[in-house]
Design a protein around this ligand. Structure first.
Ligand SMILES: [Fe+2]
Ligand SMILES: [Fe+2]
Length: 274
C-alpha cells in the first residue's frame, strides 16, 4: 500500500559490506525530493538504524522485511526522537521480539509525550562515545556535527567503514541517492540545509567546532549515509566536512518565507481553476 503513488519508489541500496540504505522520498517542489532514509546492517546480529517517517511507514516495513526476517533483528538503533525517524518504531518493537532498542534517557522522556509507553526492559541507553556489540562488530555512537534534536547520536561501524550521520548533510535531489550522481551545484545546497537544521552554527567558535568535525572525521568512515542526503564517499565526503567547517560563525542562511507561500497558494488556485 503506497500512500503517494506519484512519488518515486527507490529500492534499498547496498552501500557498504552488509549495509543497506533504505531510501524514500518526500516531495520538495521543482522536481526535487527530500530523501527520508534509514539503514540496515545485516551482520551476525542485524541492526535496524532508524525507522523512517510515518508518510512511508507501510512501504518502509516492506523494504526492511524484504532484507531481514523480523525475528532475526537483534538491535534497533534510534538516532533521536524526531517523528521522521520513529515512523516504524512501534511496528518493529512489536514484530522484532528479539531486538533491543538502543536509545537514551532524553529520547525516551520526549517520546513519552507522543507515543505509548515503550518497554524499558528492552532498551539500552548509550551516550556518545559509547558502543554496543552486534556480534561481529562493535558499533560506536557519536554526536553528529549537525542536529535538530538534542538527543541525536550517530552510529559508526568500523568493520564496514559505514557511518550513519543522521540529519547532517541533508540535500534535495532530483532522484539520485549517491553524491557521485549529483551535480556540484546541487551538493552546494547542502550548506543551506545544514543551516536550516542547525541555525546555531552562527554562534560557534570556528576552532572549537573544527575540533568536533575533526573528531567525527577521524573515526575513519569510508561511506557516510544520512537520513536526508545522498550517500557520500571520497572527495564528496571531504568537501561535505569542509562545508561544515565553513558554517561556524557564518550568518544563518535564510529559509524560504512568505514569498514562497504566496507562490504555492497561487499555483494551487491556478490548478483548482484549470
Ligand atoms: Fe531530526
Ligand atoms: Fe530527520
Amino acid at each position: 500500500m503506497d500512500p503517494r503513488p506519484d512519488l518515486p519508489a527507490p529500492e534499498p541500496q547496498h552501500i557498504a559490506p552488509e549495509t543497506w540504505l533504505i531510501p524514500n522520498f518526500a516531495p520538495a517542489g521543482d522536481g526535487l525530493y527530500l530523501p527520508v532514509n534509514s539503514m540496515l546492517i545485516r551482520g551476525r546480529q542485524p541492526v535496524i538504524v532508524d525507522t523512517g517517517a510515518p508518510l512511508h511507514r507501510a512501504r518502509w516495513l516492506e523494504q526492511v522485511f524484504c532484507l531481514v526476517e523480523p525475528e532475526d533483528v537483534r538491535w534497533i538503533f534510534l538516532s533521536h526522537d524526531d517523528g521522521d525517524h520513529t515512523g516504524g518504531l512501534l511496528d518493529v518493537l512489536e514484530r522484532c521480539r528479539n531486538a533491543t532498542l538502543v536509545t537514551n534517557f532524553f529520547s525516551v522522556e520526549r517520546l513519552a509525550l507522543e507515543k505509548p509507553a515503550l518497554p524499558l526492559q528492552r532498551m539500552r541507553w548509550i551516550e556518545p562515545g559509547g558502543s554496543f556489540d552486534a556480534g561481529d562488530r562493535l558499533l560506536q555512537l557519536f554526536r553528529p556535527p549537525i542536529f535538530d534534536g538534542p538527543t541525536t547520536r550517530g552510529l559508526f561501524d568500523p568493520k564496514s567503514g559505514a557511518m550513519w550521520i543522521v540529519d547532517s548533510f541533508a540535500c534535495l535531489t532530483p532522484g539520485a541517492l549517491d553524491a557521485a550522481d549529483l551535480a556540484a551545484d546541487q551538493l552546494e545546497q547542502m550548506s543551506a540545509m545544514n543551516s536550516a537544521v542547525s541555525p546555531w552554527h552562527a554562534w560557534l567558535d570556528r576552532r572549537s567546532y573544527a575540533r568536533h568535525i575533526d573528531a567525527v572525521e577521524a573515526l575513519g568512515a569510508r561511506t557516510v549515509a544520512s537520513a536526508h542526503g545522498p550517500v557520500l564517499r571520497g572527495e564528496q565526503l571531504d568537501d561535505a566536512f569542509d562545508r561544515l567547517r565553513g558554517l561556524a560563525g557564518a550568518p544563518i542562511i535564510p529559509t524560504p518565507g512568505q514569498e514562497l507561500l504566496d507562490s504555492l497558494i497561487a499555483a494551487t488556485l491556478l490548478e483548482a481553476t484549470a
